[in-house]
Write a protein of this length. Structure first.
Length: 581
């Protein structure tokens, strides 16, 4: 729905909901000292390293590094976007989510959330209508015959809520509200204002989001007319580049599938499900997007792109490979499975059988092999010209891959392929140490927490400490340690937003350049006893200021001996020396 969620509502929601109660309702927690612990829901482990702090209202896993507030937990645990997580958290608290829109940032106008509810409801009602038409109408028998010829069982029809759109211009108009139908993309509006049904005489595939709500439709003709497939247009609840057909049904069966098979069309998903391969999804009539790939990697670490072996299928595969490059962090795997010419998943399953098809999935070509076999348009790497062509095509593509071991090894393979060292900046490579004849990733050596880091962490974990700076008249002028800009920014944000706890401060920093640093500081174990934060912060900050003053005095004295001081600098030096006494 259009209209943003008010910032104040999000802050109030984070205060209203206790993160311990929220997480305990999904992951049973046990009290351990000042915290609550469990085995981490985001990675496999035998002993608990997942900790929830009621005072800070944050969670942190010391094993995998996952951390955040209640909204962040719902986003990761339930694989939701930000708005969906806020809505779920509000539902947990039993309150409605308000919205605001306006022509200016500071001119909010309330929006009735009921509009969105009605939109989801009309889509659900129309899906039910189409399903009923498939089951009982005379026209629907034609669609039933088509499904029967394709070998689709009644159980699969029911699981995917397949339906049929009557071959009439006004099948929906007489049953549902016209305005809602238009907003849902189910009616086409002509220039003269007249409307007609978008889907007519088609087998209907409801598209559901991860919360099992119908957000749009795909429709397939039952003959050779064109277009073969027709999708819902973009609406307030539907975006083709962000949804995947079959994902809702897949997650309903397995929240963490071993792998996900990405196929080309609705009927591919249906046919695979009919043969028991129930972990397939399909893009919605467009090339597979980065957003869709990132979405799938929330649930699994392995994707298999399955495309037809014709030219169109190969082009679709290469577009998917290109879209996947920015998503390939360490621990994620993509494979490419091109089918024989003239075959689709349904026909291949019927001709070869399920076992052979599963073997094809297991032996699909790994991303790196497919990439280097196809990059450069078949250039002859036996020639300098051919190798230059490969580098010109490969390097810009590999530059999209996030830093990590996979990126490093892809560049190493490119260098080996074209015999051209130095293609990747050494600074981008992970630091390594040698152990005997083997090279191992460098280990992080634990260090005592530096004084500046301690000061900022205390402030992040207990935002009310910012008042101490003003109460004690502590001057921050002259502070020049690494991270001083973060300290000043945190003080600025606290003064502006007045966050009640760390969870709200984390929310303010969501999406900012400092987000990861603030998360790390919020999770840092400082060993400060409850109630001792103010004394610890005040003492540490005064020590930082004394150190800055000493550095300033030394710089001025050194300059005075070398070239002399101007009158303002002499006055500053006298003031600093008086303060020191």
């Amino acid at each position: 729905m259009s209209g943003r969620i008010p910032r104040q509502f999000i802050d109030d929601l984070l205060v209203r909901v206790d993160i311990v109660d929220l997480i305990d309702s999904r992951v049973p927690l046990k009290k351990s000292g000042a915290n609550y612990v469990a085995r981490c829901p985001f990675h496999e482990e035998k002993t608990p390293s997942f900790s929830v702090n009621r005072t800070k209202q944050i969670y942190h896993c010391f094993g995998c590094g996952a951390s955040g507030n209640a909204i962040g937990f719902l986003m990761e645990f339930n694989h939701l976007g930000f708005v969906e997580a806020v809505e779920d958290l509000a539902a947990f608290a039993g309150i409605e989510v308000p919205r605001e829109v306006g022509h200016g940032f500071n001119v909010p106008v309330a929006v009735d959330r009921q509009n969105l509810v009605q939109l989801y409801q009309i889509l659900s009602d129309v899906a039910g209508f189409y399903a009923e038409q498939l089951r009982s109408s005379s026209e629907g028998r034609r669609a039933q015959e088509y499904l029967s010829k394709r070998g689709v069982s009644g159980e699969v029809v029911k699981n995917f809520q397949l339906g049929y759109a009557p071959d009439r211009w006004d099948a929906l108009l007489g049953r549902f509200n016209r305005v809602e139908l238009v907003e849902a993309g189910l009616l086409v509006v002509k220039d003269d204002g007249k409307v007609y049904d978008r889907f007519r005489g088609r087998l209907m595939f409801p598209i559901r989001d991860r919360r099992q709500r119908v957000v749009g439709f795909g429709g397939r003709v039952l003959d050779d007319s064109l277009p073969k497939y027709l999708n819902s247009p973009e609406t307030p609840v539907f975006s083709k580049g962000k949804e995947l057909y079959g994902l809702c049904e897949l997650l309903r069966r397995a929240s963490k599938p071993v792998r996900v098979l990405v196929v080309e069309g609705y009927m591919d998903v249906i046919a695979l499900a009919q043969f028991g391969i129930d972990y397939a999804v399909a893009a919605l009539g467009t090339a597979t997007s980065k957003a869709q790939i990132d979405l799938l990697f929330r649930f699994t670490s392995e994707l298999v792109f399955c495309f037809d072996g014709d030219n169109a299928g190969r082009q679709a595969a290469w577009k998917a490979v290109d879209a996947a490059l920015p998503c390939l962090r360490d621990g994620r795997q993509i494979k490419i499975m091109l089918l024989p010419q003239g075959q689709d998943p349904d026909s291949l399953l019927r001709s070869e059988g399920v076992e052979s098809f599963l073997e094809r999935i297991a032996s699909a070509e790994v991303f790196s092999d497919y990439f280097f076999a196809n990059i450069g348009g078949g250039a002859d790497i036996g020639t300098v010209e051919g190798r230059a062509q490969v580098v010109a095509a490969a390097k810009p593509a590999l530059d999209k891959v996030p830093a990590g071991y996979f990126r490093e090894m892809m560049f190493a393979r490119l260098q080996s392929l074209v015999a051209m060292p130095g293609l990747v900046d050494v600074a981008e490579k992970p630091t390594r140490i040698k152990s005997g004849r083997n090279e191992l990733p460098a280990l992080k050596v634990p260090r005592s927490i530096s004084l500046p880091r301690r000061v900022i962490a205390l402030l992040v974990q207990c935002p009310r400490l910012a008042d101490l700076v003003e109460r004690q008249g502590i001057q921050l002028v002259g502070l020049d340690f690494a991270g001083v800009e973060i300290l000043k920014d945190v003080l600025r944000v606290i003064a502006l937003e007045k966050p009640e706890n760390s969870a709200i401060l984390l929310e303010v920093y969501r999406g900012s350049p400092h987000e990861s640093a603030i998360k790390a500081l919020a999770a840092l174990d400082l060993g400060v006893p409850a109630g001792g934060e103010e004394a610890e912060f005040g003492g540490a900050l005064l020590q930082l200021c004394r150190q800055a003053r000493e550095r300033m005095i030394n710089r001025l004295i050194d300059k005075e001996g070398r070239e002399g001081l101007v009158s303002e600098e002499k006055e500053l030096l006298r003031k600093l020396l008086r303060d020191k006494l």
